[in-house]
Write a protein that binds this ligand. Structure first.
Ligand SMILES: [Zn+2]
Length: 310
């Protein structure tokens, strides 16, 4: 694997001691799907949950950043929730058209996925995507794949966020708290800039690290996946009882590490995973209250953050 990386410097704005770039991939996740297929046609209950997240953020004067799969933007789909999210000052960017990996060999398909999503963002929302989130996450990002990088650049993106390195279990997940110091942003030789996902995602945390019954999760997905959660749903039965408390503690520990070391930290969560594992919306307020109580701790979008890379 050629190492086509050049370090970039992060220059945080005056007075900012750490920046937590919070992003949400809006996927109707394959792992919760009856047929295993991930798509972008957000179910109404999840649209409502996303707007609740925006309510929470606005109470703290924070903007959220959503990465949207393009097939949920077709003219047959209701995109009123995304229009509202943009109107309320939050950001939306591309997560490909049908959740294909950015590292695939089929460059024509990749070009179609990015171009079609750009067209739909323009037609349905009057919006232009500048940062691309790669589906799935790849241990080496797009290193050694200059042709893929070029297709992404040719579709108008200067920044991509697709590297994800964290493979841990219950016994060592806390070791990843320091990861934002290691998996830092860099430029590929083509000029495309990578902003790696620097902490455990909610999907990997709840469904793998905290998972105690993978077969139970699969059975639930086959019977109930992509359907509204029932009234009174409190937690997923396939995770440890204290999974949500541990998730909150984990993210606050990451935030503290970033604060103590003056770092930019790119965070990738999913509204659907939070709907399933945090239906009462405890995580986001906990993080925003933590930041509000600390001088120079900022929760921002990834669009904000890439402007600080040079
Ligand atoms: Zn995704």
């Amino acid at each position: 694997m050629p190492d086509d990386r050049t370090p970039v410097t992060v220059t945080l704005p005056e007075g900012v001691r750490c920046a937590l770039a919070l992003t949400y991939d809006t996927d109707m996740a394959g792992g919760y799907a009856p047929d295993g297929i991930c798509h972008g046609r957000t179910m109404p209950q999840l649209q409502e949950y996303m707007l609740r997240l925006c309510d929470t953020a606005e109470r703290h004067a924070v903007r959220l950043h959503f990465f949207q799969i393009g097939n949920g933007l077709e003219p047959t789909e209701d995109v009123g929730y995304l229009r509202e999210i943009l109107d309320r000052g939050h950001d939306v960017d591309s997560h490909t058209y049908s959740h294909v990996p950015l590292i695939g060999e089929d460059l024509e398909l990749l070009d179609f996925e990015l171009r079609r999503t750009n067209e739909l963002l323009a037609e349905r929302l009057g919006h232009t995507s500048t940062v691309l989130r790669g589906p799935g996450g790849y241990a080496h990002g797009l290193r050694g794949r200059p042709a893929n990088q070029q297709v992404i650049l040719d579709n108008g993106f200067r920044w991509v966020s697709c590297e994800f390195n964290l493979r841990v279990g219950f016994d060592d997940y806390l070791d990843t708290v320091a990861n934002p110091a290691a998996d830092v942003c860099y430029a590929y030789d083509t000029g495309l800039v990578e902003a790696p996902i620097m902490t455990l995602t909610d999907r990997s945390f709840f469904d793998s690290v905290m998972g105690i019954d993978p077969e139970g999760r699969q059975a639930w997905a086959r019977a109930h996946g992509h359907l509204p959660l029932p009234e009174g749903w409190m937690k997923a039965p396939w995770t440890r009882a204290d999974a949500l408390d541990r998730w909150i503690n984990y993210n606050l520990a990451v935030a503290k590490y970033a604060y103590d070391h003056g770092l930019l930290c790119v965070i990738c969560w999913h509204p659907y995973s939070h709907l399933v594992h945090d239906p009462r919306n405890r995580m986001l307020p906990a993080l925003l209250e933590w930041a509000e109580a600390r001088e120079g701790a900022v929760v921002c979008t990834l669009r904000d953050a890439v402007a600080w890379l040079g």
